[in-house]
Design a protein around this ligand. Sequence first.
Ligand code: IFM
Length: 472
Amino acid sequence: MEDELTPQNATLKFPEGFLWGAATSHFQVEGHPTEMSTRLSDWSKWTAIAGNISDSTTADSACEFFSRYQSDIELLGGLNLGALRISLNWAVLCPTSGEDGKRSLDMKEVEYYRNLLSSLKKRNITTFVTLFHFCLPEALADDEGWLSEKTAIEFGRFAELIARELGEYIDYWITINEPLPYVYQGYVDGSWPPGQKQHYLNAFKAVRNMLKGHALAYHAIHKVIPDAKVSFTNHWRPFVPRNKWNPLDCLVTHMRNRVFNHLFPAAIKHGAMQFPFPLNFEPSIKALCEPIEGLKDTMDYSGVNYYTRDMSQHSFEAPFDFFGRSWRNLEAEISCMGWESYPDGLFEILTKELKPYLKRSDGKDCPIMITENGYATLFPAHLVEGDWSLTDEFRIKYLISHLMAMHKAIQKGANVKGYLYWSLLDNFEWAEGLKARFGLVRVAFPTQERTLRKSAYVYAKIAQSNTLDPFI
Ligand code: IFM
């Protein structure tokens, strides 16, 4: 068999200069004191409402990364990792919105990010910086959020200000993180702000404005730094029909794939949103498909977030819902997020689904960066002492199987340049709160003590040797 591994051929080598790192986002780790007092984001307001977070925790302290980042950077270095992904707190950096275009940044806040980023650069750590990781400044959120074009315009201005102040420290820019999960949770599922349910049209309107915001940010950054590497991150999820012989299951699977996986990157490729038949005939959706100025080709690399696959089925409860429902295979190995471990899906995404987006119309190649991939286990936020969660065999198995899939894709020609594990630290996992733990490093939230998990040692060895022994 072609891909069979034996102990003799087992050690997998990654390309020279391959980047190994970890990812975080500001709201999930910072525990930002300023945000908690005056300059709120929609998420800090959302977490304060009873019932919104399943374990009733908030991100008010999170990992206290805001005050502990120096020692967390030491931890990162100790794990031989050469890249860190962070995000910027738009609500605190630039809390108000206005018409004059002369918005300025809060310079105290800029200093925090300057210190953080320059500390990373001093240690030779490659920086990935996300401008929008799910949190909107309160004023914009209260004024329709991404349903309004104003948010896109403000986002473009924010990007330009950041490029001027912090651009010299940023190696890879990520304008928007996971636009489709964001609009799904916010407008269809209702578990994230603004908490709307089953409002597909609003979800698509928000996507259109996010595309506009992305395009404005892309050009604003390039105006200041012509050779900047700018992209967004797509949450890729292979969709498979629950029953491949059922045409209705196949239909919803196709619709989900075209929209969830492809809507955003295909719009960047073509300069306009494209919806699958028959949605493209619905007048209010058709109206969203007008070309977006400056959007085409606004991708310098491809940012891939990958966790799981989705089994999809048509639902007779909602016969006109083209997106059907997810079906959970109870026999599969799933994480506490309900996510099946499916490494073949990463191979499929890297070698097949991504193909249309790897060359721009001007001939430029877009290399691939895996900007998130990780595994969560469930341990309540109040735990402090003891060995809980440190021997994380499931995470190790997940990590190794996904790195093997990535390696196989590289062997087949996928131009993957780096891999960022989600996440460096246990952190605030949105609607799941502090209990869903993705960290290589365990955080005991009551004391903020950090402890390396077994997976951290395994990953550190891989990063140091740039090789993987699947039999470890
Ligand atoms: O924690 C999130 C992150 O903010 C975005 N991508 C998925 C992760 C795990 O759910």
